[in-house]
Design a protein around this ligand. Structure first.
Ligand SMILES: [Mg+2]
Length: 259
């Protein structure tokens, strides 16, 4: 079988093959599903769900998915794979048996998030401002880059003005900015998901944007971070895959190497 190389990690497939225990954790948007201007049209590439199901059923890999989206949206787009999931940038969890857990904002944070939503909707089109359970996001996908950057900067500046007092922070993601609970991110979510895995387990995390950097940091020393996108990004990941198409091929290879 032809093994597709993981740029930056020459011995990657040897390590995967040799591992006694493996975990594979993936981001959704920009990793399993190409971006769409309408976020609810961002479906996994053809074949991705099928190969994820085969990896799951083979029983040789602890598989999980993490996303910035609310959990319900992820399940709507991906289907229910009955694997561990984390949604809303690490603030929601769902286990294979359907049990869920969530970091709840305090009353003061709730009030600030609602005020942040209303403030943003006064200056940008309302449909671009999404209120999630524990955050508010401004989506700028489809807007010309310079204008998008201006909108992000203006909104983030307002949100950040008193964010500290509320233990919130404004962070960039691919296609926008988000006011969210401080100290809860894909890094903390990944640590939760990997809890209980053996010390010598090989853990791999694949993601494509700024928010995934927390997970790449969390996986240092435990395995391999792989960033999706053109090479040259400033990242803590050691490996690179070019695009969602390359991720699909990676998953096929993973299936082949581990079974
Ligand atoms: Mg992503």
């Amino acid at each position: 079988m032809k093994l597709r190389a993981v740029k930056g990690v020459p011995d990657f497939w040897d390590r995967v093959e040799a591992a006694n225990e493996r975990c594979l954790v993936l981001d959704y948007d920009g990793t399993l599903a190409p971006f769409r201007e309408n976020r609810m049209e961002a479906r996994p590439l053809d074949g991705v769900v099928d190969v994820l199901e085969r990896i799951r059923d083979a029983g040789r890999t602890h598989l999980a998915i993490m996303t910035g989206r609310p959990m319900a949206e992820l399940i709507e787009l991906l289907g229910d794979l009955s694997i561990p999931l984390s949604g809303s940038q690490g603030s929601e969890f769902r286990m294979p048996d359907g049990t869920t857990q969530r970091h709840e904002p305090t009353a003061a944070q709730e009030e600030r998030l609602t005020r942040a939503m209303n403030g943003a909707r006064a200056v940008v089109p309302a449909e671009r401002v999404e209120r999630k359970a524990a955050s508010v996001a401004l989506h700028t996908r489809g807007i010309p880059e310079e204008r998008a950057r201006e909108m992000q900067d203006a909104v983030c500046a307002e949100w950040s003005s008193d964010a500290d007092e509320y233990d919130l922070e404004c962070r960039h993601f691919s296609g926008g900015v988000e006011l969210r609970l401080k100290g809860i991110d894909k890094g903390t979510a990944l640590r939760t998901i990997l809890r209980g895995r053996g010390e010598d387990a090989l853990c791999v995390y694949i993601g494509d944007d700024e928010t995934d950097e927390d997970a790449f940091e969390a996986i240092l020393g435990r395995g391999v971070g792989i960033r999706v996108g053109p090479p040259g990004a400033d990242t803590r990941a050691s490996g690179t895959l070019e695009d969602t198409e390359a991720v699909r091929e990676f998953l096929e290879t993973w299936m082949g190497v581990t079974t």
